[in-house]
Ligand binder design. Structure first.
Ligand code: FAD
Ligand code: NAG
Ligand code: NAG
Ligand code: NAG
Length: 458
């Protein structure tokens, strides 16, 4: 008879052996000795994953439906569909400059260029992404023009169906892990107001906003006051005749807008020539831009993935990323209000550490507990459930947590500190918050200096 003590010791050896183990469906530990990893998307999530997986010598492939790296950072003057008939993914507009200072958008092991502007244009930042891809020789892992169309769980394996977007030929492959990095700023959330169909002017979503020229001397209505809403408002206000801004945001913006800017409450309904607002007032409008955000959209994830995806949230993600029902599937970048580049890079490292077997994820029950406690806070505050993806003031604590659990490098608190300072500068003045240079001093501290014309930042 095996004594309890011997049995326990064997369990411990099993638990701490170097062989990778992943919790299976019924919590038996399975062995994955040479894991094969499927990465979906070659934006920042896919590229940072490729970098870390490559460092660890893990076998993987990145599927990317376009012919480019960089995802949303690659500006495309076109809207609608691309040359292969696929929906255009990017939401980038011509005049975009980053809304975070460059040190908070730096990839690990790849410093942003010294001569890069403090808040670079999309073009400058996109070049930095391309340089990263070249420097670490990541392209060889990317299957461009291949779109993932179905991911399903069959037994203990991920079946991934993907399609060559030029020939429509379909392929099947099997993987042990799936990292989902397809972004969540691409599928417009359209509000659908009463009477929209009789409105004779133009209506677009910010996903299709590219440049202000067509709004010259026109009466433009912008709906929404998120980052895109505020930024596009200013871009359009430079040229438009009037700028009507409808929103219910309680964020205390202190920016002084130009004289032709008019703040309005929410829309009640459209007429043929304009809009009636909730307060009963009416304005003539030529063009409308909905800056009403994006839907969460993963059309390729089958029911067998064990997720109840809604347009606003994906429930049951441990640490904002691990699919609790199938922990060999992880989501990268499904978070808001953070230094997104740094956060995604960190999540990619964490995922790589899981795959490498550097640590073992907690049990399903423990992971659910972590998720439930976050969900309960949202419920008790009566907040919308989309807040489950919100990091905001928890950002630094999140980095500390990921490091504590996985042993990956700790993102220094200075990142969060700079983001918060930048947020205050933004609230103070949307026209000038980008005129400052942020310099990291140590793990916690940074300095901020008014932009110096003679420094010739690009
Ligand atoms: C207008 C705008 C401005 C922003 N400004 C900033 C900023 O200033 N600072 C900042 O830090 N962040 C900013 N962001 C956030 C930005 O989303 C992140 O910085 C980052 O680019 C997200 O990268 P990602 O890889 O998660 O997604 P994405 O960049 O969206 O990349 C996803 C990739 O997946 C591919 N793909 C999608 N579906 C499939 C499929 N089924 N099969 C294969 N491939 C697929 C797409 O083609 C795309 O290349 C901004 C976002 C937007 C939209
Ligand atoms: C995994 O652990 C090894 C050994 O400590 C370390 O060198 C490696 O960087 C870790 N990998 C990740 C992705 O954390
Ligand atoms: C940041 O600056 C403060 C005040 O000068 C100092 O006390 C602190 O030690 C600094 N932080 C680090 C990590 O050096
Ligand atoms: C501005 O930049 C120039 C050239 O680099 C430098 O000589 C000068 O001291 C800077 N001024 C300030 C206020 O930083």
């Amino acid at each position: 008879m095996v004594s309890l003590e011997v049995a326990l010791r064997q369990m411990l050896v099993w638990h701490f052996s170097n062989i990778y183990m992943t919790p299976g469906r019924d919590h038996k530990m399975l062995l994955i000795s040479n894991p094969r990893v499927c990465v979906i998307g070659a934006g920042i999530a896919g590229l940072t994953s490729a970098k870390h997986l490559q460092d660890e010598g893990i076998e993987f492939v990145v599927f990317e439906s376009s012919r480019y790296v960089g995802g949303t950072w690659r500006y495309d003057p076109k809207v609608g569909t691309d040359e292969n008939g696929l929906p255009i993914h990017t939401s980038m507009y011509k005049h975009l400059r980053t809304n975070l200072p460059k040190p908070t958008m730096e990839f690990k092991s790849f410093p942003v260029p010294e001569d890069m502007a403090s808040f670079p244009t999309w073009k400058t930042y996109y070049e930095y992404i391309q340089d990263y891809t070249k420097h670490f020789d990541l392209e060889k892992h990317i299957k461009f023009l291949h779109k993932v169309i179905l991911v399903s769980r069959v037994g203990n394996i991920w079946k991934v169906k993907y399609q060559n977007v030029l020939t429509n030929e379909e392929f099947d492959n099997e993987f042990d892990f799936v990292l989902v990095g397809t972004g969540h700023f691409s599928k417009p959330n359209m509000p659908n107001f009463l009477g929209e169909e009789k409105f004779s002017g133009s209506i677009i979503h910010s996903h299709d906003y590219r440049e202000p020229d067509r709004y010259k001397n026109r009466r433009v209505l912008i709906v929404g006051a998120g980052p895109s809403g505020m930024d596009i408002t200013m871009d359009v206000a430079y040229v438009s005749k009037t700028l009507i801004h409808s929103h219910h945001s309680k964020v205390p913006f202190r920016t002084k807008f130009p004289k032709h800017y008019l703040k309005k409450p929410d829309i009640k309904e459209f007429t043929e020539t304009g809009v009636i607002f909730e307060d009963g007032s009416y304005e003539d409008v030529d063009d409308v831009i909905y800056c009403t955000g994006y839907e969460i959209y993963y059309p390729f994830l089958d029911k067998s993935c064990g997720l109840d995806i809604t347009p606003r949230s994906i429930p049951h993600l441990y640490k904002y990323m691990v699919n609790i029902n199938q922990p060999t599937m992880m989501f990268l970048g499904l978070i808001v209000r953070a230094c997104l580049v740094v956060a995604i890079d960190t999540q990619s490292q964490y995922a790589t550490a899981v795959i490498k077997g550097n640590f073992t994820l907690p049990s399903k029950e423990q992971m659910l507990e972590e998720w439930e406690s976050r969900a309960n806070v949202i419920r008790s505050k009566g907040r919308p459930f989309s807040d489950i993806h919100l990091l905001a003031e928890k950002e630094d604590e999140y980095y500390a947590d990921l490091t504590k659990e996985s042993g990956i490098d700790r993102v220094p608190p200075v990142m969060f500190n700079m983001r918060i300072k930048n947020m205050h500068m933004m609230l103070e003045n949307l026209y000038t918050f980008r005129d400052y240079v942020y310099t990291v001093i140590d793990n916690e501290n940074f300095s901020i200096q008014k932009y110096n014309e003679s420094n010739h930042f690009s």
